[in-house]
Design a protein around this ligand. Structure first.
Ligand SMILES: Cc1cc2nc3c(=O)[nH]c(=O)nc-3n(C[C@H](O)[C@H](O)[C@H](O)COP(=O)(O)O)c2cc1C
Length: 154
C-alpha cells in the first residue's frame, strides 16, 4: 500500500547545498540551494534566481563551491538561505561561517562544513540553469571526520 502525494518534488534524502562564492570586493557569500544536484557523472546543475548575489557572483567569476549542510550547522545553514548578501554585507560573519580559499577555483570553502565540491561554470542553459563541472571533492583529513567518512578512507 502506497500513499499518492501527487507530483511533488519529494526526493529523499534531499541535501541542502550551500553554494559559496566571492563578491566583487573579495568577501565571501553563501546561499542555500534545494534545486540542484548531480548532472552527469562529473557535473552539477543549479536552478538559481537571477536576483541572488550568488548568481551574479557565479556569472562574474565562473567559480563556486558546493558544501553539504550538516546537523551541527543548521542555524548557520538556515541563515544563509534567508538573508541575501545584496542587503547584508556581513552575512557570513552573522551566519557564523568562516571561509578559506578553495585550492582549484576562485571561490570560498566554508571551514565548518566538512565536504565540498570545487566547481567551474560550464554553461547557462536555455532555462537559465547553471551547469558546472566539479574539479575536486574535498573533505578534511581522516582524523577530523565523522564515522561515515572514516568508513571510506582515501
Ligand atoms: C532550504 C532553502 C533552499 C533554497 N533553495 C534555493 C534554490 O534552489 N534556488 C534559489 O534560487 N534560491 C534558493 N533558496 C533561496 C536562497 O538561498 C536565498 O534567497 C539566499 O538568501 C540568497 O542569498 P544571496 O542573495 O546572498 O545569494 C533557498 C532557500 C532555502 C532556505
Amino acid at each position: 500500500m502506497r500513499t499518492n502525494f501527487g507530483a511533488k518534488p519529494w526526493f529523499y534524502p534531499l541535501p541542502v547545498l550551500i553554494v559559496g562564492t566571492y563578491n566583487p570586493d573579495g568577501t565571501a557569500d553563501a546561499m542555500n540551494a534545494a534545486w540542484g544536484g548531480l548532472y552527469d557523472a562529473g557535473k552539477v546543475v543549479l536552478c538559481l534566481s537571477k536576483d541572488h548575489r550568488t548568481t551574479a557572483n557565479i556569472l562574474a567569476r565562473k567559480d563556486f563551491t558546493i558544501s553539504f549542510a550538516d546537523a551541527a550547522d543548521t542555524v548557520s545553514a538556515d541563515y544563509v538561505g534567508m538573508v541575501s548578501g545584496n542587503s547584508e554585507p556581513a552575512k557570513m560573519q552573522k551566519a557564523g561561517f568562516h571561509t578559506s580559499k578553495a585550492s582549484t577555483v576562485d571561490a570560498p570553502l566554508i571551514d565548518e562544513l566538512p565536504v565540498a565540491l570545487e566547481c567551474r561554470l560550464l554553461k547557462v542553459n536555455e532555462d537559465g540553469n547553471i551547469i558546472s563541472i566539479f574539479l575536486l571533492c574535498r573533505r578534511p583529513a581522516a582524523e577530523c571526520c565523522g564515522p561515515v567518512w572514516r568508513m571510506h578512507p582515501q
